[in-house]
Design a protein around this ligand. Structure first.
Ligand code: ADP
Length: 284
């Protein structure tokens, strides 16, 4: 484990997040490349809480489908840095913007990996709470890993009420706005599956489902669309398997929504299209 910032050389800024900056860094001795998230020492208590939560979760997780943590560096005067595996193709959000919408074949490979990650997290009693394209990292091998655990939660009791609006409001499931109607058995895990459904929808059609392309909306309009509208369904041009998969994720009643484990056996992801897919991925 690497525990000294002085062993690392900053190469460039990869992105800015809440209260922190993510750098690409090189380990001076091994030349290995990592991503380093540094929290600004003067950031607000909220950002500080998020980074501590992220640290705790990254310390506990060990899965090829979750971004790996290679060390946590804490300085006496409050700087905290998390050294992570470097994902060289950025996020699915940037991939969508640079490459355009993704084919069903790519989406099925992506989906299988995210489901494996979610199944792992849920079995460890961790709810991510902010699944969206910008929080799914990719590398050149088209490996997809779940990142950004700033608002995640470790469930200590089996049932936990909907306590606060965290995460990105647009990807929030109906039961998080209205647990009485849509989540008689609210436990949080199903909310991650809803967000996954919206994420895949967006990667397939190119824009966030509840809003026409390019349109921005306010919180109330969006909440009404999510709670009172029909869940979005994919265009007819997509395969029946994909449409059915999305319907299983976007069940408004959280009790009817499939779990990550159930979804892993859905035909959209269960079918091994390995060889077809390799050539497709190379073209990305
Ligand atoms: P926040 O969620 O607080 O905005 P993130 O943890 O998502 O912050 O990081 C901000 C940006 O940094 C991301 O959008 C991504 O572009 C980049 N980034 C974060 N972690 C990595 C990583 N492990 N590898 C490559 N890029 C990363």
């Amino acid at each position: 484990e690497i525990d000294r910032l002085s062993d690392l050389e900053k190469l460039k800024v990869l992105g800015h997040g809440n209260g922190g900056t993510v750098y690409q860094v090189r380990h001076k001795i091994t030349s290995a490349i990592y991503a380093l998230k540094i929290v600004h020492p003067d950031c607000d208590t909220n950002s500080r809480r998020n980074i501590l939560r992220e640290m705790e979760i990254l310390r506990r997780t060990d899965s090829p489908f979750i971004v790996r943590c290679h060390g946590i560096i804490e300085k006496p005067f409050g700087d905290i840095a998390i050294l992570m595996e470097y994902m060289d193709a950025g996020t699915l959000d940037t991939l969508l913007k640079s490459h355009g919408t993704l084919s069903e074949l790519s989406l099925s490979t992506i989906t299988r990996q995210v489901l494996n990650g979610l199944h792992y997290l849920h079995s460890q009693k961790i709810v991510h709470r902010d699944i969206k394209p910008a929080n799914l990292l990719v590398n050149q091998n088209m490996e997809v890993k779940i990142a950004d655990f700033g608002v995640s939660r470790i469930m200590c009791r089996s049932l936990e009420p909907c306590d606060s609006y965290v995460g990105t409001c647009a990807y929030m499931s109906p039961e998080r706005f209205d647990p009485d109607t849509y989540g008689s058995n609210y436990n949080g895990y199903a909310a991650d599956i809803w967000s996954l459904g919206l994420t895949l929808f967006e990667l397939c059609v190119g824009h966030f489902p509840f809003l026409p392309s390019g349109q921005r909306s306010n919180w109330a309009t969006l909440m009404c669309a999510i709670c009172f509208g029909e869940p979005p369904s994919l265009p007819e041009t997509t395969s029946e398997e994909f449409q059915s998969f999305i319907n299983c994720c976007l069940q408004k009643d959280s009790n009817k929504r499939w779990t990550a484990l159930q979804l892993l056996s859905h035909p959209f992801v269960a079918k091994d299209r390995g060889s077809e897919n390799q050539s497709e991925i190379k073209s990305l």
